[in-house]
Design a protein around this ligand. Structure first.
Ligand SMILES: [Cu+2]
Length: 110
């Protein structure tokens, strides 16, 4: 009889699929944006709901990451980092309050 062997193979396949798929569904990621030479690099990023965006200020002056809709206002002193967790889908344009020509955007997907 081959029925038992086939069922066991199906179980192994399902177990392996679970091992590879589950962490992918659960894991929230951190996306890093460098703040350097008066610019957000990269300026445009994509995130998923629940992810954290972290800005690393490499400059010797302070910056902010401030959402145009005022949804967040992260202060970034010289050499420091700051972060925000995105909680809903949509595009969030942001800028630096001290240098308004510094602009970036976070595209948040479900
Ligand atoms: Cu700035």
């Amino acid at each position: 009889m081959t029925g038992g062997r086939g069922r066991r193979r199906a179980c192994v396949v399902l177990a392996l699929a679970g091992v590879f798929l589950l962490p992918d569904l659960a894991a929230a990621e951190t996306i890093t944006v460098q703040v350097t030479k008066l610019a957000f690099v990269p300026a445009a990023i994509t995130a998923k709901v629940g992810d954290t965006v972290e800005w690393v200020n490499k400059d010797f002056v302070a910056h902010t990451a401030t959402a145009t809709d005022k949804g967040f206002d992260v202060k970034l002193p010289a050499g420091k980092t700051g972060s925000v967790t995105v909680t809903k889908a949509g595009t969030i344009p942001y800028f630096c309050r001290f240098h308004p020509m510094m602009k970036g955007a976070i595209e948040v997907k479900e």
